[in-house]
Design a protein around this ligand. Structure first.
Ligand code: SAH
Ligand code: SF4
Length: 367
């Protein structure tokens, strides 16, 4: 069977090369060729011995998901719809900010990455959740999103990198696909691959507590937690995983997550739902809930989708809510659903999922 080299981090590649009787430094060389230079085949790896290239051509491949659609909006946001087989599609979105050519505004290029085809957690306001769950993406399908974006954006080789930040906020719950996600994270952080610092890679989770603890040990990147409610009854209804891991347990896990990295903070995501979770009392309860925990809030405008029962909170309500958090000394930023902002495209990604009951759901990207 052919081995897809995108499925491996440095350690996995070293093991594979050892099986082939090759030296570990060859594995590093190939890792660099694939991820730093964006090599798509072995013939182009001119720094590798010809015999090794020939051997790799027989037993291995470099295979990212197929691109179904590639769209660029006028503000530079770029979206790829990717084929992950069996009629399923996921999306990844690139959001540039500032000037890559070295202009006045510091450049930032963020890729929002999907980790599952669909999601089993069924949050009440999420179109991905409503589509059901099909399967976990492989490491190759996750890291393949960076590989494809990097190639398309000319981010390989010398000069400024196209990708400076990655957020795992596309389709799916990253911590429900733990092993494949962690292997992909290791490639993102590797100096012979995407060279991202762990503060520039963010895992967004709805709060699978044991997996948060495991992530702290395995690969403590930046953590965003989808909070959406300050008390259990409401959160049970909005984010059903809360019934298993209620707020006190979740907040304790957040505190433990920061123990190993005292300079870090947790980002709490909070979708503003009109008349549901957006009252002053909710904001005050959030202040009490997070007391003593280094954190920031991202207030997200709800992105409606066909059949959704919620409305986005009015702008004035969002400002009032934000003010309460800010007055309590908590940094709270706003995310719009449209425009250039990075999270604009995230959390409401399109895609197409044929779930196990055979139902096909389709949602449109509006970001
Ligand atoms: N499963 C992970 C990551 C993907 S969702 C998680 O839930 O955190 C990324 C973010 O988008 C989450 O905060 C999620 O709650 C939010 N989101 C989901 N549906 C949304 C919608 N319709 N409008 C706005 N934000 C949404
Ligand atoms: Fe899954 Fe996140 Fe959507 Fe909830 S918000 S259903 S965890 S993708």
């Amino acid at each position: 069977m052919t081995v897809n080299l995108l499925d491996h981090d440095a350690e996995g590649l070293a093991r594979f090369f050892a099986e082939l009787g090759e030296k570990p430094f060859r594995a590093r060389q190939v890792l660099r060729a694939i991820h730093r230079r964006g090599a798509a085949d072995f013939a182009s790896m001119s720094d590798c011995a010809k015999s090794l290239r020939g051997r790799l051509g027989e037993v291995a491949e470099i295979r990212a998901p197929g691109v179904i659609r590639d769209e660029i909006t006028p503000d530079g946001t770029r979206k790829w719809l990717l084929d992950v087989g069996a009629g399923n599609a996921v999306e990844s979105v690139f959001i540039p900010d500032g000037d890559r050519g070295g202009g006045a505004r510091r450049y930032r290029g963020t890729l929002c990455v999907s980790t599952q085809a669909g999601c089993a957690l069924d949050c009440a306001f999420c179109s991905t959740g409503k589509q059901g769950f099909n399967r976990n993406l492989s490491t190759a399908e996750i890291i393949g999103q960076l590989w494809l974006a990097n190639r398309a954006l000319g981010g390989t080789g010398e000069g400024p990198r196209a990708l400076t930040n990655v957020v795992l906020m596309g389709m799916g719950e990253p911590l429900a696909n733990f092993d494949n996600v962690v292997t992909a994270l290791r490639v993102m952080l590797d100096d012979d691959a995407y060279m991202l610092s762990r503060r520039r890679v963010t895992v967004s989770s709805s709060g699978i507590v044991p997996a948060i603890d495991r992530l702290a040990q395995a690969c403590p990147v930046a953590l965003a937690v989808s909070l959406h409610a300050p008390e259990d009854r409401l959160r049970d209804a909005l984010v059903p995983i809360n019934r298993k891991y209620p707020l006190a347990t979740l907040l304790a896990a957040c505190r433990r997550y920061l123990e190993r990295s005292p300079r870090d903070f947790i980002t709490f995501e909070y979708v503003m739902l009109d008349g549901v979770n957006d009252a002053d009392a909710h904001a005050r309860a959030l202040v009490a809930l997070t007391r003593g925990l280094p954190c920031k809030f991202n207030l997200i405008a709800f992105n409606p989708f066909p059949g959704s029962a919620f409305r986005s909170s009015p702008a004035q309500r969002v400002r009032g809510f934000q003010e309460i958090l800010m007055n309590a000394g908590i940094v709270a930023t706003l995310r719009r659903t449209r425009g250039r902002e990075i999270d604009a495209a995230c959390g409401q990604l399109a895609g197409r999922v044929r779930n196990r009951r055979g139902v096909v759901g389709i949602s449109e990207v509006t970001a």
